[in-house]
Design a binder for this molecule. Structure first.
Ligand code: SF4
Ligand code: SF4
Length: 170
């Protein structure tokens, strides 16, 4: 296991609850210039996190596949859409989302942590961990869940908490 993931797994139990509580409270606050603050913290976070030392999202989570994703990826791997769907995907009972049947993702190279369909990967994978979504605060519920799996989200929210608690009456 990489140092990044090892540290993440050590720090998570001590901090997860505090970070989730922060996000819940943050949901009710207005912070001026939030997008600029996020942009700075995001750069800091990616300077500290290399996804190729992690790939945890590809190992323990699943993307949601749109019809466009299925069309594009099945053609890339030389399968027809039905074959592709039958082989790799299922529909989740409650949400009706189309997701992977297995984890880790069938397209992850477990030796290199690289995605073997990177150029055509699902939109959901391209956007993960959703730091670019605007306004950032509308996605607190998503970040709350991702703190548990994604070291980058964990770091970004910890930095945000520190910054907000220092600069604002909290
Ligand atoms: S498609 Fe690629 S980026 Fe998306 S979960 Fe699978 S391996 Fe990861
Ligand atoms: S997005 Fe998060 S979970 Fe996925 S590889 Fe990067 S740090 Fe790890």
């Amino acid at each position: 296991m990489s140092k990044l993931l090892r540290n993440f797994k050590i720090q998570l139990p001590q901090n997860q609850k505090k970070l989730v509580q922060f996000l819940k409270k943050f949901d009710t606050q207005y912070v001026k210039g939030l997008q600029n603050i996020i942009a700075v913290l995001e750069t800091e976070t990616w300077n500290e996190v290399d996804c190729l030392e992690c790939a945890n999202c590809c190992k323990v989570m699943t993307p949601t596949f749109t019809n466009e994703d299925i069309k594009r990826i099945s053609s890339y791997v030389n399968m027809n859409e039905n074959e592709f769907t039958d082989k790799w995907l299922k529909v989740e009972k409650e949400s009706k989302d189309v997701v992977n049947k297995i984890q880790p993702c069938q397209f992850l190279n477990l030796e290199t942590n690289k995605c073997t369909i990177y150029e055509v990967r699902p939109a959901d994978c391209r956007e993960f961990p959703h730091f670019k979504r605007k306004p950032f605060g509308d996605y607190n519920h998503v970040h709350e869940q991702n703190i548990e799996y994604c070291p980058a989200t964990f770091k970004l929210i910890a930095k945000l908490k520190k910054r907000i608690e220092k600069d604002y009456e909290w």
